[in-house]
Design a protein around this ligand. Structure first.
Ligand SMILES: Cc1cc2nc3c(=O)[nH]c(=O)nc-3n(C[C@H](O)[C@H](O)[C@H](O)COP(=O)(O)OP(=O)(O)OC[C@H]3O[C@@H](n4cnc5c(N)ncnc54)[C@H](O)[C@@H]3O)c2cc1C
Length: 497
């Protein structure tokens, strides 16, 4: 499992990928409902996959367009690994995580996707393996200073997640870790992180790139293009790409990840934040020593480490992140910038120090081992950490599926089903729309209506409380280009669109 190309700062050549053909069992007559999905990350691809397997599939024609070749080295859905867990404070996500895990494990009855995802495992091909159930150790730092700053948010998240993990995965899956020594013992790396936590033996991680390739193979038709504008301003009838080609559709689904807030007016519903990752080369012997450790996530400083594969160890941080604020057509917005879109991007020194600290704590034998690569990866954050899956209130026929908030990957096998249910319910006020819920969100809502309510477009501004899972500073990690005027950064953005 290699780190993505961007790690080596290699420039990604622009490329157009076109896959022709019709969806399984479909003709191309125009009486079908045409759904155009912009963006082939987790949200876009899982939506396409869900439609392919829905009872309506015969009457629907789906096209996916993306500005970048697949799998994109700039999208947040492509990396060597992503954590999969049912360990959530909010039962809404804990349940969805548990459902997704059944498919990642390829449990009987999990259909084509479950079979496709576990094919390599059944055939014994390690290089194509997708899921590892190594366990997840979730911890927090129990010192007085942190308590004052964080007001117990990290402790609350860990303890509620533990209750939900027990509920959804069974009591035997979970073991409480009362102190650092117990954490260290369960990790088996000679080190550890945090003062209190638990390990859930039924969580793990996936090879994200491989999983996307598998899903992509399941989805028949896709085209790669950069979209430029809507065909019509009020009633959307499709999109126009930079090369002038018009894609007409009855419904356009924007699944454009962290680029969404600079492509569409999303109000205060989403913001792009840059998160830091580093990779270390290790020896074959070190690989053997560490490969069976549980993933460890410290909710106080946000750092996490995923077991190594192919002699590469990955360390990252789940914080409120960096920003790259520029003037866009919708005002000042943080927009994604990567090593590929701007080679001048410098990995922040503070991030380097934070990630080295995590390595030093968790792997005393690797103290100060230099990183072989670093990367800034973009979250699409929302005020509450909930996804944003709803019709756009100002445009007819426009739907938005985004707001992954740094935790959507694990839902790849099930997210599309929920998105399709919300699309098919129709916009608010339409005949297809199901009755509105009471507005009770998250903590108690675990029904389908709960997802629709939690992921709805919010017209009034909501406080940026997050979901309580982010470590580090409340105000975020600052600007990536603190000394560069906004106008200078705009050039990069214009070139991308
Ligand atoms: C560092 C990091 C670690 C993470 N760790 C985890 C984890 O451990 N577990 C977990 O569950 N989740 C994790 N996540 C979150 C998860 O990866 C994301 O929530 C998910 O991948 C978001 O998918 P997406 O479809 O919204 O965005 P993306 O995957 O970014 O897809 C958006 C697509 O839209 C395309 N696009 C953008 N603009 C245009 C345009 N103008 N025209 C055409 N196409 C366009 C892009 O090229 C891209 O392919 C992590 C994310 C990051 C960044």
């Amino acid at each position: 499992m290699k780190p993505p190309q961007s790690v080596n700062n290699a420039r990604q050549k622009p490329q157009v990928t076109r896959i022709n053909g019709h969806l399984r069992g479909m003709g191309s007559t125009n009486d079908k409902r045409r759904i155009l999905i912009v963006g082939s990350g987790v949200f876009g691809l899982s939506t396409a996959h869900a439609y392919l397997h829905s009872p309506n599939a015969r009457n629907i024609e789906i096209t996916i367009i993306d500005a970048r070749p697949f799998p994109s080295h700039e999208s947040s859905s492509n990396d060597s690994s992503r954590i999969v867990r049912s360990d959530y404070k909010d039962p809404l996500y804990a349940r969805l995580g548990a459902d997704a895990l059944k498919i990642w494990r390829g449990a009987p009855g999990t259909g084509n996707l479950g079979l496709a995802l576990t094919k390599a495992e059944r055939e014994g091909k390690e290089s194509e393996r997708v899921y590892w159930q190594c366990g997840l150790t979730l911890v927090y730092n129990d010192d007085e200073k942190e308590r004052k700053v964080r007001k117990g948010k990290d402790e609350e998240y860990v303890k509620k997640s533990m209750d939900n993990a027990r509920h959804f995965e069974g009591p035997d899956a979970v073991r409480v870790l009362h102190n650092f020594e117990e954490i260290k013992k369960v990790q088996g790396t000679g080190g550890g992180s945090g003062d209190w936590g638990y390990v859930n033996l039924k969580s793990g991680f996936v090879n994200a790139e491989r999983a996307m390739v598998v899903l992509r193979e399941e989805v028949a038709r896709r085209e790669s293009r950069s979209i430029e504008d809507f065909v019509s301003k009020k009633k959307v009838r499709g999109v126009k790409t930079k090369d002038g080609k018009v894609y007409e559709a009855d419904l356009v689904v924007f699944a454009t990840g962290a680029w969404t807030p600079s492509l569409l007016d999303v109000g205060g519903n989403a913001m792009a934040t840059g998160q830091v990752i580093a990779y270390l080369d290790i020896t074959e012997e070190e690989q053997k020593k560490y490969e069976n450790m549980p993933v460890i996530l410290n909710l106080t400083d946000g750092t996490f480490v995923i077991p190594p594969r192919d002699r590469i160890l990955k360390v990252a941080a789940h914080t409120n992140g960096y920003r790259n604020t520029v003037e866009t057509r919708y005002g000042k917005r943080s927009v994604p910038v990567t090593h590929l879109s701007n080679p001048k991007l410098v990995f922040p020194k503070a991030a380097e120090a934070l990630l080295h600290k995590a390595i030093n704590e968790n792997f005393p034998a690797l103290v100060d081992r230099p990183f072989s690569g670093t990367r800034i990866c973009w979250y699409t954050d929302t005020p509450t950490g909930d996804f944003l899956v709803d019709y756009h209130p100002k445009f007819q026929n426009l739907f938005v599926a985004t707001g992954g908030s740094g935790h959507a990957f694990k839902f790849l096998p099930v997210l599309g089903d929920e998105i399709v249910k919300i699309i098919e319910a129709g916009p608010k006020g339409s005949r297809r729309n199901t009755p509105q819920t009471t507005g009770v969100k998250s903590e108690t809502a675990t029904s389908d209506e709960g997802y629709k309510e939690a992921w709805k477009w919010r017209k009034t501004s909501t406080a940026w409380t997050g979901d309580g899972s982010r470590g580090g500073q409340e105000e975020g990690d600052g600007e990536l280009f603190p000394n560069v005027p906004q106008e200078a950064k705009v050039e990069v953005i214009k070139a991308k669109l």
